[in-house]
Each structure stands twice: as C-alpha cells, then as structure tokens.
Design a protein around this ligand. Structure first.
Ligand code: NAP
Length: 570
C-alpha cells in the first residue's frame, strides 16, 4: 500500500530524508520546496516501508488503505504531483537518495560554542536541534512567556491537535544535557542584547512576527473589530489575549483576507462547541463560543478565486468538515477562473470551489466571497458591518456583521539594537547572518509565510552561517561563565522559569485536561503558570530558600541561591 501525505503536512522534510527510495518531493534542495503547500509521496515508487510515518513529526502520513473519508482526496493530490506512468516504471533519479543537507560542522574546539536563542517557537527549536547535533555545543533559549513553543502553542488552531504533535520533537531537543530554558525572561527588558553577547558566542533571534498587519480604513478600532491573529491568540489562551472582549451575540462575522489564518478562525467560529471541548482550547474562549449566536462567517478576498491565499490541504479540510458556500456571482468568478487556469494546484482548488453549494438553511456555514475591497467599517458605537467596493470599480456592496476581523497577515517588529527593514518588517540579513555574532531565523528573517516545517531548512541555513563564523574565529569568546549568566537572570528576573518549571506547568495542564477528557487544559494567567512552575521538584527547595533569603534581605546569600539553582539538575 503506498503511503500518503495528508492535511497538516508540516513540510519540515524529515520524511524526505527517512525515505530509502527518494519518493517524497519536493526535497528541500529542489526548486519547489520553499513554495510547496505540502510534500507528496510518489505512489509508484513508494515501497511501503513506513519509514516516513515514524519520521513525520505531525502524524500526517498513513498507508492509503488506512485513510478516513476526509483524507481520501490526498491520494489523488499526492499522485498528481508525479507524471502518470505504468506501475513498474520508476522515475529517474529514484535510485538516488535525497541529498542529505550538510550539518553545520563545528571544527574549532577552543571553547564550547555557546549560543543564546531568543524565542522558543519552531524556528528557535529547529535551530537548537541543529546546533546540538554538534559535540559540546551549548544552547540557552530565552522566551518571554513562562511556556515555550511560540505559535505551536498560541497559533495552531485547537482542532489541529496533530500539528501540535511537533512539540514532542521540541521536548526531545529541550532534554539535551546542553540545552537550557530561561522562560519568562524578556530580552530588551530583563536582559539586553549586550548581556547575551557577554555570555555567549552568538545570539540568534527567532522571535517570529508578533504583530498584525493593520488594515488602514475608517472604523477599524471600533468595538466589534479585531484581528484574526488576536482571536487565534485568545482561542489558544495566550495570556496577553485571554481577556479579549469577543462578542459573538450577532449572526454574522466578516473576515477580511482569505489565508489559512482566516480559515482557522472561521472553522473554530462554526465548530460544535462539544467538539472544541475535546481540544486544548482556552476555557474562556470555549465559554464564549458555547453562547455564540453566529450562523455565518463570510471570508472576503479582494482578488478572485484563482488568487485564494489559503492552501489546498486546508481547503480540503474545511469543505470536508463545514458547510462552505458560494453566492451566484462568486460561482461565476470560479467558472471564469477555471477556464483560464494553467497550473494544477490552482485548478484543484478551483474544482473544489466549483462544487460548493448555495447558502441554504440556518447554518452555521462559511461563505467565501471574492473581488471585494474593504472601504470602511460601518457603525457608530460599535461595528455593524463593512462597506466594500467591487474591486477595481466604484460600485459598493455592504455586509452586515456584528464582528469584523482582519486577517491580512502577521508583521515582524523591530528588535532593540538590531537593524530593521520597515517595508518588509524583517531584520535585514544574509542567509540568517545580521553581523557576525548576531543571527535571525524564521519569520523575523524571511517574513510571515510558510508552515511550521519550513523553519527547519531556514534555521539550518542560519546555523550554518553561525558555525562558519565561529570556525573562522569571528565570534568573541563569552566573558561570563554559565553560572554568572544564571545569577544575572535571577537578579533581573527572579520569576524566571527553567526546564523543570516548564515540565511542572506542562504536567499540571495535562493532568487538568485528562480529568476533562482533553489533551490539556491551559493556564491563561501568568501567575497561575508561575505557581505551577514553583511545584517543580528541582526548583521547590531553592525557591523556598530564595524566599527565605529574600525575606532576610541578604544579598550575598541571594547570590548563593543563584549558584545553587544553577547546580541543580534541570
Ligand atoms: P496570508 O496567507 O498572507 O493571507 C493574507 C490575506 O490577506 C490574503 O488573502 C491577502 O490578499 C489579504 N490581504 C492583504 N492585504 C490586504 C488588504 N489591504 N486588503 C484586503 N486583503 C488583504 O496570511 P495568513 O493567513 O496570516 O497566513 C500566514 C502564513 O501562515 C501563511 O504562509 C499560511 O499558509 C501560514 N499558516 C498555515 C496554516 C496551516 O498550514 N494550517 C495555518 C495558519 C497559517 P492578497 O492575496 O490579495 O494580497
């Protein structure tokens, strides 16, 4: 049985390298890799060994006889990437294995290479993974929240639990004996770039793109308007967004922009709350969704169907689980685009769109609307709808809505002491190098596009630049010893959370979830996270000691405590 890559493919390429017959493409060195919406298994060349299944970090691969109905379209999608041919005809060059990307090789052993990584999302963890393949390298990961893994925790939709399985890989990385978490520590607030450089050979920023692109039209900012990314953070229990005022007492929500984030939000807003209750969705969001009056979510694009920003796997996931509809005008646009389309991927999307029905019945449903440019949000005290122009004309169309969300992309924000390209909202870099000693990876390096796994090759490129600089003697040895760093962090942020603290938070969340039949029940309040972290076996004694010392107000003893903390296993 040939294997099939299904929805939630993360693109990280692990399956490509695991495959003994090179039947998964595009590989990271092939031209289409950076833009591919997913990877594809060649059904003719697949030898059914299952090596890719174990290598896939998100559980997206299965034999074709084990797919559920929703996954069946992926049989055709995998196969259509390859030319049609008889079963015994292999494609050249299937005899050649996928070229393994060269690991960055540390050749100088004067002092162990020590790297600070800022951020703990996929780009950060893939970079740590790559660095730690080298003997003796030490990695300290700094994260401003008490919980790691960035958008995997706070961005991936709760109904995509498989995608979150990539955290198992990250957990393995974080258990390396030369890996250390400094969570709840903000660079730029508790420690500066110079502090990090004093204690490491290099600093690698993998801080993502934490802001939203803002839609500059009248009425945005009224109550009843928000960005889809804020809503995603609220749904996922990000502590900064747990109290976002989300009013779902109206029948219609309009989302401007039709990328995968818009689809994520529309799916959650039209989900059965009882299904969501089996996920790790934040309690507060679930409660609001249980009381929701929303019957229709309209996802509005300014261009036509052929330019839909969502990807094919996500569209298939949407139409197989939701009532997705089109109006008559938009159906015509789909037919027009279908007549002129040349590439297979767009054709596949348009064919799915061409089979969608009309809006009928009470909903909940998702309506896809095209060629509408947002002109202004309508409403006095709060949003009551959006006025659009028919793209390229002066003709106006109105859509009533109680909630207006913009979903027009993420945006990177400047990092103190680093250059910033305002237009592209990235830190200017060459292959990840800002200057020798300072590096970037992920969305702050290349902009907010791609999937979780796209960061693997992105981070590898950055690590190669960093290691080349180290080998060339361009990186100054750190002046501070590891113990001095631990002391500095404790002095500046007494509530720093280490690996043991994170594991305690993780264990409590999972236990709370298990009691409710859920994968985890998230803390959404930093104080609660810190209380759970304080229960960690390795930290309870020094924490009690620290509190005692703090109450005695003795500074030198406090330094002793920092030393003790550093020596304890984590
Ligand atoms: P995106 O894919 O870049 O989509 C942005 C959307 O906003 C497009 O429809 C764009 O239309 C529209 N837009 C931009 N400026 C606009 C304006 N001024 N007025 C009206 N519309 C405007 O962004 P995203 O959805 O935030 O996704 C970010 C990245 O994360 C993507 O690479 C996505 O695939 C990835 N992601 C993946 C998943 C998944 O795999 N499940 C989930 C979430 C996100 P135009 O095309 O006309 O500019």
């Amino acid at each position: 049985m040939p294997h099939v890559i299904t929805q939630s493919c993360c693109n990280d390429g692990s399956c490509v390298f695991a495959c003994p017959v090179n039947c998964i493409h595009p590989t990271p060195d092939e031209p289409g890799f950076a833009t591919a919406e997913m990877l594809h298994i060649d059904p003719v060349a697949c030898v059914d060994c299952g090596a890719c299944v174990s290598a896939c970090p998100v559980g997206a691969i299965a034999p074709d006889n084990r797919l559920d109905v929703k996954q069946l379209p992926f049989v055709e999608i995998n196969a259509s990437f390859y030319p049609e041919r008889p079963a015994d005809v292999k494609l050249p060059p299937t005899s050649k294995l996928a070229p393994v990307l060269p690991a960055a090789e540390v050749r100088v052993r004067r002092q162990p290479l020590t790297v600070a990584i800022v951020g703990s999302g996929p780009a950060a963890m893939y970079a740590a993974d790559e660095l730690l393949t080298q003997h003796g390298v030490r990695v300290n990961v700094f994260e401003k929240l008490p919980t790691p893994y960035g958008l995997v925790r706070a961005g991936v939709a709760p109904d995509h639990q498989n995608t979150k399985r990539v955290t198992r890989l990250f957990e393995r990385v974080s258990r390396h004996r030369h890996f250390r978490f400094y969570l709840n520590v903000e660079i730029g607030k508790h420690l500066s770039h110079a502090d990090l450089l004093a204690h490491h050979h290099a600093v690698l920023y993998a801080v993502g793109a934490p802001d939203d692109r803002r839609l500059d039209i009248d009425g945005m900012g009224l109550p009843g308007t928000a960005t889809a990314t804020e809503l995603v953070a609220w749904i996922n229990g990000h502590p900064d967004f747990a109290d976002l005022p989300v009013d779902l007492s109206h029948e219609r929500v309009v989302i401007v922009g039709n990328g995968n984030v818009a689809l994520d939000v529309a799916r959650v807003l039209t989900a059965d709350p009882n299904d969501l209750a089996r996920t790790d969705i934040a309690d507060g969001a679930l409660e609001v969704l249980r009381g929701s009056a929303v019957r229709e979510v309209v996802i509005v694009a300014r261009r036509g169907p052929a330019h839909s920003a969502f990807t094919l796997p996500e569209l298939i996931g949407l139409v197989s689980t939701r009532d997705v509809v089109l109006d008559a005008d938009d159906r015509q646009l789909v037919q027009r685009d279908l007549a002129g389309v040349s590439d297979g991927l767009t054709r596949a999307k348009l064919e799915i769109l061409s089979k969608l029905g009309d809006a009928a019945g009470p909903g909940p449903r998702i309506r896809l609307a095209y060629r509408l440019t947002p002109e202004r949000v309508v409403g006095q005290q709060r949003a009551t709808g959006v006025e659009f122009s028919l793209t390229g004309t002066a003709e106006r169309r109105g859509l009533e809505a109680g909630l207006v969300l913009t979903s027009i992309g993420y945006r990177g924000k400047p990092i103190r002491d680093l250059p910033f390209d305002e237009a592209a909202a990235v830190v200017p870099n060459e292959g990840g190098r800002v200057v020798p000693g300072t590096y970037v990876a992920g969305w702050i390096k290349r902009g907010p596009t791609g999937f979780i796994g796209t960061n693997k090759s992105c981070s590898l490129q950055t690590v190669q630049a960093l290691v080349a600089d180290f080998n060339a003697g361009k990186l100054a040895d750190p002046v501070g010893k590891p113990a001095a760093l631990a002391r500095l962090v404790r002095a500046r942020q007494p509530d720093a959370v280490d690996s043991a603290g994170w594991r305690a938070i993780d264990a409590v969340e999972i236990a709370r979830g298990a009691a409710l039949g859920r994968p985890r029940n998230k803390f959404t309040d930093v104080a609660d996270m810190l209380a759970a972290a304080a229960s960690a076996p390795g930290t309870s004694l020094p924490r009690r000691l620290r509190d005692l010392l703090a109450s005695a107000g003795h500074r030198r003893l406090d330094l002793l405590h920092a030393d003790l903390t550093h020596r304890l296993p984590h």
